[in-house]
Design a protein around this ligand. Structure first.
Ligand SMILES: C[C@@]1(CC(=O)O)c2cc3[nH]c(cc4nc(cc5[nH]c(cc(n2)[C@H]1CCC(=O)O)[C@@](C)(CC(=O)O)[C@@H]5CCC(=O)O)C(CC(=O)O)=C4CCC(=O)O)c(CCC(=O)O)c3CC(=O)O
Ligand SMILES: NC(=O)C1=CN([C@@H]2O[C@H](COP(=O)(O)OP(=O)(O)OC[C@H]3O[C@@H](n4cnc5c(N)ncnc54)[C@H](O)[C@@H]3O)[C@@H](O)[C@H]2O)C=CC1
Length: 245
């Protein structure tokens, strides 16, 4: 009998939620709300922020008046606010009873909600995140130690080679080329095997050398790789990429 990894219940389902142009409501205007604005705007959501003027911290004022990335409503939360068909609600207020109440209203309407001060009311938690271009690395302690999550994330980020985000971006372009060279939907198997082999043969340091290519060198490389792709081979990294300086 084959043996398979055991299932370990009690974790979170970690996903990369695509929120582009989704409607997100943030209630509150303090430092936690400021962090939420950055998180959801980096994921291209449409944000409405409800908070009375005197509650806005400096960073939130900047996001509202200088960056102009949120639609701000100058008052406290009202139940009818939830009639606007939000895809997600985030509360970050200093009124615990009201937090709980808003959380319950969202639950009743099946709107995914994060209540910053009530973990048991959260449908999802925020994670400590490192971002470098298309690369995102996030750490969760499942509510056990948010500050520790922050420290673990910083340690992981410090261990990454410089330019790794750019390498990820360049690999994305290369994968797009492979799909152009072999567009057949049913050829996913050969495409995946070849890209996997390239990643394994070249390794981190080989792929990192993609960062150094200008447009002309890149086109030359694609030409060589395209020919090789059709034979199923992956050329040695030294034959297609200039050496590391
Ligand atoms: C459950 C969760 C729900 C959620 O908010 O999604 C939650 C809940 C609570 N956090 C509290 C406190 C602090 N939170 C931070 C910081 C962060 N908190 C984040 C996430 C989460 N916080 C979710 C769990 C994530 C996980 O466990 O992995 C991070 C990772 C992401 C983010 O918020 O963006 C971000 C770091 C981001 C970064 O640095 O990158 C700090 C440190 C600081 O501010 O510097 C402190 C003080 C020190 C400490 O307590 O550790 C309290 C008040 C407790 C009290 O009253 O005593 C509650 C409520 C409670 O626990 O009851
Ligand atoms: N999840 C997390 O990572 C963390 C959560 N917290 C918790 O998150 C909450 C917010 O923290 P901070 O931003 O530091 O608080 P804060 O006190 O700086 O800001 C609270 C904001 O809520 C607004 N507010 C209060 N009642 C409102 C209502 N009914 N409608 C709209 N706005 C309302 C206030 O005007 C103010 O802008 C606190 O309960 C805190 O305990 C605190 C630190 C980290």
């Amino acid at each position: 009998m084959a043996s398979y990894a055991p299932i370990r219940p009690g974790g979170s389902l970690i996903l990369a939620w695509q929120t582009k142009n989704r409607k997100v409501l943030i209630v509150g205007g303090g430092q936690v709300a400021a962090g939420r604005i950055v998180s959801v705007k980096e994921a291209d959501a449409q944000v409405t922020l409800i908070c009375p003027q005197d509650g806005l911290c400096d960073e939130v004022k900047h996001r509202v008046h200088v960056d102009k990335v949120v639609h701000w409503v100058d008052r406290c939360f009202q139940d009818s606010d939830l009639d606007e068909n939000y895809d997600m609600v985030l509360t970050a207020i200093d009124d615990h009873e009201e937090s709980l109440r808003i959380g319950q209203l969202c639950r009743a309407r099946r709107i995914p909600v994060n209540v910053a001060d009530v973990p048991s009311m959260c449908d999802f938690y925020f994670m400590s995140q490192h971002r470098d271009g298309p690369l995102q690395i996030a750490v969760s302690t499942n509510g056990q130690g948010p500050k520790l999550a922050n420290m673990i994330r910083q340690k992981i980020a410090a261990s990454l080679p410089p330019g790794i985000g750019e390498t990820v971006r360049r690999m994305g372009i290369l994968r797009g080329k492979v799909r152009q060279w072999d567009p057949e939907i049913s050829n996913s198997g050969p495409r995946m095997r070849w890209v996997t082999k390239l990643c394994e043969d070249w390794g981190w340091s080989g792929m990192a050398r993609l960062n150094t290519l200008d447009e002309k060198q890149q086109d030359e490389m694609y030409g060589t790789l395209q020919k090789a792709y059709h034979t199923g081979e992956v050329p040695n990294v030294d034959s297609v990429l200039p050496p590391h300086e």
